[in-house]
Unconditional design. Structure first.
Length: 158
C-alpha cells in the first residue's frame, strides 16, 4: 500500500452509492485553503479514476455539499474556520452513512486522531503523504477499508 495501514471496515454501502460505474470514485474536497483544494483537484483529476464533484471551505459547506452530492468519499481537513472537520464528519455520517470520510491534515496529535476515529472517520492521513499513496488510500477507503497513516498509529500503539 505504500505506507498506510489498512483495516477492514463494517460500514455498509447502499443508500449513498451513486448510480454510475463503481470504478469511478466521486469525491468532495474540504479544506479552508483554496490553494490546497486546487492542488488536490489537479492531482486527482490527472488519474481519471477519482472525480472531484464538489469542494467546500467550511464545515457547514462540507455537510451541505455531501448531502447534496452524495459522494463516495469526502477528503477533509480536521480544522476548519467554522468548526472542526470531526463535527462535520459526525454530521456527514448521520446524514449519509455510506459516504466514507478521510481526514487529510497536518495534525498528528493523539487527541485529534482518536476524535476523528470515534467521530466516524474511515481514514486519517497526514499532508506529508505522497500523491500516489494518497490516491491508493482513497481507492482502498472507497472499497470499504479503513486507513490510518503509520505516523499517527505508532504513537497510539506505543
Amino acid at each position: 500500500m505504500g505506507g498506510a495501514l489498512e483495516f477492514s471496515s463494517t460500514f455498509p454501502r447502499s443508500r449513498c452509492m451513486p448510480q454510475q460505474a463503481i470504478n469511478t470514485i466521486r469525491l468532495v474536497l474540504v479544506d479552508d485553503h483554496e490553494v490546497v483544494r486546487i492542488g488536490l483537484r489537479t492531482l486527482l483529476d490527472r488519474i481519471g479514476i477519482i472525480q472531484v464533484v464538489g469542494e467546500a471551505g467550511t464545515a457547514a459547506e462540507a455537510v451541505a455539499e455531501t448531502i447534496r452530492l452524495k459522494p463516495d468519499v469526502v477528503l477533509m481537513d480536521v480544522r476548519l474556520p467554522d468548526g472542526t472537520g470531526i463535527d462535520a464528519c459526525r454530521d456527514i455520517r448521520t446524514a449519509c452513512p455510506d459516504t466514507r470520510v478521510i481526514f487529510l491534515t497536518s495534525f498528528a496529535d493523539d487527541d485529534a486522531v482518536l476524535a476523528a476515529v470515534f467521530g466516524g472517520a474511515d481514514g486519517y492521513l497526514l499532508k506529508e503523504i505522497g500523491g500516489e499513496t494518497m490516491i491508493q488510500s482513497i481507492q482502498s477507503i472507497a472499497r470499504g477499508q479503513s486507513i490510518l497513516d503509520p505516523a499517527v498509529t505508532q504513537p497510539l500503539l506505543a
